[in-house]
Each structure stands twice: as structure tokens, then as C-alpha cells.
Design a protein around this ligand. Structure first.
Ligand code: PLP
Length: 351
């Protein structure tokens, strides 16, 4: 008997059975340290490199850095540190100073807090005092490209997520790339791709994107494993130093069970035989939308569905507080959320 319908997969997702099996096999049979030169180590290394090669194919990233890490918060941290260190170096060389220089960091208004908080943290810690500005979104939750265009020549770093975790709104990445290139913007560009993996086509190597962080647990791999893509030639500063693992890009003995599980999810994506395609997902969502309209006649969908991930519905029921709705769904065995999981404990409305 099904007792729970879990619909909160933008917060975290149940683990794919093939991913659990791959993690168990790694724990039981492939326990060598991938840095060791004996056969057990070589087996672990082959497993890790197999997962990386698959990730490169799925992300369309044949070149550039692709490192495994603990998840998107770490990947975001590394990208922010790398970009801000590049600004500091430019300043030390006497560039990036004065009126009109590329001195502004622009962060999308709807970015995950991991982005805005990391920017504020590293800006403070590095003593840069760089100007952090918010790129507003329009009523549909999409970035204001006119504002981006006006600021583009003066941007050192811009952060615009691929798709929003609360509303599902898909960013116009092609439009953003066009503005950056038409204006000759010197900006480094981070795209938080956490909610895009498996849901939107990604061809990172063919794009202008400099940094793209991912988290395994948003797509049926365990928590605590993620990846960061860094475009070839983009500035890079390691966040964690030590034993030189991951080509000295991210030290610390690898989470091999996590890498194996993420590898299994990536293989499933590549084969195309496990997850529904976008059209089938849209059909499922249309059924859910109809059922919700039947249950709540006054329902308002907060983002145009043609601009949202087919896996996300964000709605309001006028006159009913989200806390009440959450209790109602929970009592019915349906797990949904009223904002990002990080904000849930604070109980404040979504920013
Ligand atoms: N970015 C987005 C869009 C997210 O949805 C999340 C997860 O909530 C994160 C970043 C942070 O991911 P993690 O908590 O796995 O590090």
C-alpha cells in the first residue's frame, strides 16, 4: 500500500535503486583508495573515471574541469572564490579599478541563498569591498535582460541559475549569453545548474558558462555528492587543499559510494531508459494541474507553465495560508513544500 506520495523532489529526491546498488557495490567490492597504486586502488580509480567520463558526455563538457565534490553549495563556494580571487588579481595588476571598470558582481534575485550568502561571505573575507547588485526578475520570474544589458560592460561576475528551485522558472540562458557577448562584457558567468540536471538539455562546453555546480541528491543520487564544471581557461582557485585529489582541484579522499551512485544516475540519463522524457513529464503535470484546479477552484499558478520545468508546479490558493495547505497535503500523505527546504525551518515567506 502506498502511504506517501513524495512530490518535494526539488528539495531532495528518493534514491534510484540502480544508484543504491552502485553505492553498495562500491562500498563492498571497490573499497580501495583511488589514489593508491595497487590493484584495489586502480579499480576505484577506474570507477571514478568512468563516472566522470559519463558526466562529461551528459553535460556536454568534453573539455574544462569537472570535479567531484560534496554538492552544489561547495561548487558554488569554489566558483565564487575563484571569480573573486580573479578580481583581486586584476586589481593587484592595476586593472579593474576606477570609474567604468568591471567592478560589479550581479546576482539574480531568485538565486538560492548558497549563491548570495557565499558572495557576501567571500567578499568580506577577501576584503574586496566589491559592489554586489541584484539582477531583478520580471513578474514571470525571468531575469530582466534590460538591466543586465545596462550593467554588462561593468560586470566582473554574474550569477544566474538555470532553473529556480521554488517556482521551476527556466532562465533564458541563451538571452543572457547573447547580452553578455553583444555588449562585450568581461564578466565571468556562473549558472547554478542544480535543478537543470536531467530536466533541461545541457551543452556546457558549447556555451559561454564559466562555472556550473550540481548536486546529486536533486536527481536520485545520495546527499553529499556533487560536481563542479569549470570552463577551460576560466580562473580557478581550489577551496580545499591537502592530498591533491581530483588533480589538486579538490583535496580529500573521494566519496566513492557517492561517485558510484551519481555515476549510475548519469548512466541512466545517458541511456534514456529510466526517466520520463519532457513530453511525458508535461503530460503528468497537466493531470496534476487539472486535479488541483478541481480541488481548489480559486487556484493561481504563480509562473507561466510554458516557462517552467515540467517537474515543478508552484501555486497559491487565495485566502488559504501556505502553512494550512502544507498541513492538508501532509495529512493526505502528499509531501510538498512552501519554499526551499533551507527556508522551511525559518517559516518566513519565500523571498
Ligand atoms: N542551488 C539550488 C538551485 C538548489 O535548489 C540547491 C538545493 O537546495 C542548492 C543550490 C544547494 O544544494 P546543496 O544543498 O545540495 O548543496
Amino acid at each position: 500500500m502506498i502511504t506517501e506520495i513524495y512530490l518535494d523532489a526539488n528539495a531532495t529526491s528518493p534514491i534510484l535503486p540502480a544508484a543504491t546498488a552502485a553505492a553498495m557495490a562500491a562500498l563492498q567490492d571497490c573499497y580501495g583508495n583511488p589514489s593508491s597504486s595497487h590493484a584495489s586502488g586502480l579499480r576505484a580509480r577506474a570507477l571514478r573515471e568512468g563516472a566522470r567520463a559519463c558526466a562529461r558526455r551528459v553535460l556536454g563538457a568534453p573539455s574544462g574541469r569537472l570535479m567531484f565534490n560534496s554538492g552544489a553549495t561547495e561548487g558554488i563556494q569554489t566558483a565564487v572564490l575563484s571569480a573573486l580571487c580573479a578580481v583581486r588579481e586584476r586589481r593587484a595588476r592595476g586593472e579593474a579599478c576606477g570609474e567604468g571598470a568591471a567592478n560589479i558582481v550581479l546576482v539574480g534575485a531568485t538565486e538560492h541563498k548558497a549563491v548570495s550568502e557565499s558572495l557576501a561571505h567571500w567578499n568580506r573575507l577577501l576584503g574586496l569591498g566589491i559592489e554586489l547588485r541584484v539582477l531583478p526578475v520580471d513578474g514571470d520570474g525571468r531575469h530582466r535582460l534590460d538591466v543586465l544589458r545596462a550593467l554588462a560592460p561593468r560586470l566582473a561576475f554574474v550569477c544566474t541559475m538555470a532553473a529556480n528551485n521554488e517556482t521551476g522558472v527556466v532562465s533564458d540562458l541563451d538571452g543572457i549569453a547573447a547580452v553578455l557577448s553583444e555588449t562585450g562584457s568581461p564578466a565571468l558567468w556562473m549558472v547554478d545548474c542544480v535543478q537543470a540536471l536531467g530536466k533541461l538539455p545541457l551543452a556546457l562546453g558549447a556555451s559561454r558558462i564559466d562555472y556550473a555546480p550540481f548536486s546529486g541528491h536533486k536527481l536520485h543520487a545520495p546527499k553529499g555528492i556533487g560536481m563542479l564544471y569549470v570552463r577551460e581557461g576560466a580562473p580557478f582557485t581550489p577551496l580545499i587543499c591537502g592530498g591533491g585529489q581530483e588533480d589538486s582541484q579538490r583535496s580529500g579522499t573521494e566519496n566513492m559510494a557517492g561517485i558510484a551512485a551519481l555515476g549510475a544516475v548519469l548512466e541512466a540519463l545517458e541511456r534514456g531508459d529510466t526517466f520520463l522524457d519532457a513530453a511525458a513529464q508535461q503530460a503528468c503535470r497537466a493531470r496534476l494541474e487539472q486535479a488541483l484546479r478541481g480541488a481548489f477552484p480559486g487556484i493561481v499558478f504563480n509562473a507561466p507553465l510554458e516557462h517552467t520545468l515540467p517537474t515543478t508546479l508552484n501555486f497559491s490558493v487565495p485566502g488559504v495560508a501556505s502553512a494550512e495547505l502544507l498541513d492538508l497535503f501532509d495529512a493526505a500523505g502528499m509531501r510538498v513544500s512552501a519554499g526551499s527546504a533551507c527556508a522551511a525551518s525559518k517559516g518566513a515567506p519565500s523571498y
